[in-house]
Write a protein that binds this ligand. Structure first.
Ligand code: SAM
Ligand code: SF4
Length: 326
């Protein structure tokens, strides 16, 4: 389905939960997630209904994220249903990897092909600091298990933070040498209550190219990918740079988002939201799918030409990343 500016919108990112087993400093406030009634969060059946409606409007690519998607009970069953839907070409997952050792096999069996794991440092003490208590051992074991299960190419998402991990850029780039791992460096974005962290620690991705002169540009493959890809000569994996701030990619944006509390979002960096939970739960509705299509269409047509997060002084959106689904 094309939006008003001719962009083909074929990608839905779903936050299946706003809960998480970590508390990353740039994503979540220290006190964690506000307690919510069960009824505030979409059920897995409701999420599936939205996915079905979306596929009929040309969405063929789904990413499950959160919060931490692997803490949502029933996730494997949802993936199984989505991967068997006619019209779906690609289902992927973004996870912090803490529970991956336990679930990699089931994810593969459910039909998941690709996985992104977030890891900002390879140092256990720094990891514990940034995630406020996480144990890096679990993530490293999860990565090994995902590779063993053939969830490749595996992508590692590394958010760059000044005074935290710029000294590790080389170590991350070297991971691509002999494993089918793509490492993607993401620029910090100021969002919600943690916006100050991003403003203080923002580091442009150009730091990667400055430190690693041997990186050669390669075709992204997927033209709508927000990452620009590079490769070290002879490496099995690639290095991706995702620069939402220093080089925004809005003109090729192909995505909409569904939050765990039932809002469709046309753009990550806009507070505009279209309620879909009310549509799903309106018992007077005699043609639910028609109403769902209308909400999805409205979301696609409301996509802005570009976001306005041009610099770190712009007003951040109200939702934190864990409540949007990064
Ligand atoms: N919990 C899962 C994880 O960490 O992979 C999925 C959700 S998390 C919100 C998705 C991605 O968003 C992670 O790669 C995380 O590093 C990134 N992220 C969170 N807050 C961010 C911020 N303020 N700026 C840039 N990336 C952010
Ligand atoms: Fe949790 Fe992911 Fe946010 Fe870290 S980035 S707090 S793992 S949702």
């Amino acid at each position: 389905m094309k939006d008003g500016l001719g962009r083909n919108i074929n990608y839905l990112r779903i936050s299946v939960t706003d809960r998480c087993n970590l508390r990353c400093r740039y994503c979540m406030p220290e006190e964690g997630v506000e307690k919510r009634d069960h009824g505030e969060i979409l059920t897995l059946e409701e999420i599936f209904d939205v996915v079905k409606a979306c596929t009929e409007l040309g969405i063929d690519k789904i990413r499950l994220t959160g919060g931490e998607p692997l803490v949502r009970e029933g996730l494997i069953g949802l993936i199984e249903k989505i991967t068997s839907l006619r019209g779906i070409k690609d289902v992927a997952l973004t996870t912090n990897g803490v529970l991956l050792k336990k679930y990699a096999h089931d994810l593969r069996e459910a039909g998941l092909k690709r996985i992104n794991i977030s890891l900002d440092t390879m140092n256990g003490t720094k990891y514990e600091y940034m995630t406020r208590g996480g144990d890096i051992k679990h993530v490293l074991e999860g990565i090994d298990e995902a590779l063993r299960m053939g969830l490749v190419p595996l992508k590692i998402n590394t958010v760059l933070s000044k005074d935290f991990n710029e000294d590790e850029i080389k170590d991350f780039v070297r991971l691509t040498l002999d494993k089918r791992i793509d490492v993607r460096f993401i620029e910090l974005m100021p969002l919600g209550q943690t916006a100050d962290f991003a403003s203080e620690h923002y580091l442009s991705n150009t730091a990667v190219l400055e430190k690693f002169k041997g990186l050669e540009p390669v075709e992204a493959g997927d033209k709508s990918s927000p990452a620009r890809y590079y490769r070290l000569p002879g490496a099995l994996g690639r290095v991706g740079l995702i620069n939402p701030i220093s080089n925004r990619f809005c003109s090729s944006c192909n995505r909409i988002r569904l939050t765990a509390d039932g809002k469709l979002k046309p753009c990550l960096h806009s507070d505009k939201e279209i309620d879909i939970k009310g549509v799903l739960r309106d018992s007077r509705q005699n043609d639910k799918y028609n109403a769902l299509w209308k909400a999805v269409l409205k979301t696609i047509q409301s996509k802005p030409e570009h976001h306005t997060l041009d610099d770190l002084c712009s007003k951040p959106v109200e939702r934190d990343m864990y409540r949007i689904g990064g």
